[in-house]
Design a protein around this ligand. Structure first.
Ligand SMILES: NC(=O)C1=CN([C@@H]2O[C@H](COP(=O)(O)OP(=O)(O)OC[C@H]3O[C@@H](n4cnc5c(N)ncnc54)[C@H](O)[C@@H]3O)[C@@H](O)[C@H]2O)C=CC1
Ligand SMILES: O=C(O)C(=O)C[C@H](O)C(=O)CO
Length: 266
């Protein structure tokens, strides 16, 4: 009979990228509650300070660093610094991300590249920096934050969909290449979650009514609501813990049922 807590993260160090607020912050808080030491980074000092204050408010001692995840030299120095100052990284969550909502024929190649750089190239860069240590230590967990757009398209999000679709395949490839070293690389595909990234889609209309996209998402989601960052806590702890040691290359969609549903008939 299995008696110990297989969801415990005691003794583990977790790096969550872009985790000053939003989904990354919630996942890091869940990891701390499960016993892990928390390290996060963000793009500038102001965000890192804001994040540190939010963790303190929750009674969590987190270590925060400024690091742009698209800058490979900066990421390599950051990972070395974390390993020297905090500990070897057992769990990596590639969470940092951006979106630009621009119709494809109006989008510049530079804007397209910027989105792919943060949402796809950066998870490659950060994973590449931590995998050798995971191989040396004989274990590691990598969780890539994917999206509904890893499976579905919609108007204005061509770069984001291309990047998140690519991230799904990077997840499967890391699993394929490093699974034999006891490294599990999985993805979480959140549905529509109420964070600053999606705030423009929920802005009230001038007459006080709901944004049409807000209504659309509620009607497309069997759970009939937006998700909250807290909805991702349990799935993230599962994928970071030994409870998921034989789960690899999987994308766990946490979407209130969106991908299962054909939609209401008009
Ligand atoms: N909110 C949603 O409905 C969904 C979000 N996601 C994904 O989840 C992740 C987190 O999303 P949210 O919390 O909603 O976003 P957010 O915009 O609220 O937070 C993103 C975080 O990433 C940081 N970041 C951006 N570029 C960075 C860079 N170059 N280096 C370091 N940090 C950087 C931001 O400063 C911020 O802290 C993203 O990858 C996003 O694409 C996926 C599905 C749904
Ligand atoms: O469709 C949009 O616009 C989005 O903001 C997409 C969400 O961020 C997302 O990734 C849903 O899974």
């Amino acid at each position: 009979m299995y008696s110990k807590n297989m969801f415990s993260l005691e003794g583990k160090t977790a790096l969550v990228t872009g985790a000053s607020y939003g989904i990354g912050f919630a996942i890091a808080c869940a990891f701390a509650a499960a016993g892990a030491k928390i390290v996060f980074n963000d793009i500038n000092r102001e965000l890192v300070e804001k994040g540190l204050a939010s963790y303190r408010e929750k009674g969590i001692t987190a270590c925060g660093y400024v690091c742009d995840v698209t800058d490979e030299d900066a990421v390599n120095s950051f990972v070395k610094r974390v390993e020297a100052e905090v500990g070897e990284i057992d769990i990596l969550v590639n969470n940092a991300g951006i979106i630009k909502r621009i119709p494809m024929t109006e989008m510049t190649a530079e804007d397209f590249r910027k989105v792919v750089d943060v949402d796809l190239n950066a998870p490659f860069i950060v994973s590449k920096a931590v995998i050798p240590g995971m191989i040396r230590r004989g274990h590691g967990k990598i969780i890539n934050i994917c999206s509904m757009m890893s499976e579905l398209g919609r108007e204005t999000v061509s770069a984001y969909a291309a990047a998140k679709g690519g991230l799904k395949m990077l997840t499967r490839n890391i699993c394929s290449e490093y699974g034999e070293y006891n490294i599990q690389c999985n993805g979480i595909g959140p549905g529509y979650i109420a964070t600053p990234q999606t705030a423009p889609l929920r802005e009230k209309q001038p007459d006080g009514s709901r944004h049409p996209f807000d209504q659309f998402i509620i009607s497309k989601t069997p759970a009939a609501r937006w998700g909250s960052p807290e909805d991702l806590m349990g799935p993230a702890v599962f994928l970071a813990s030994e409870a998921s040691d034989f789960v690899n290359g999987h994308i766990l969609y946490v979407d209130g049922g969106i991908l299962a549903y054909i939609g209401k008939q008009p």
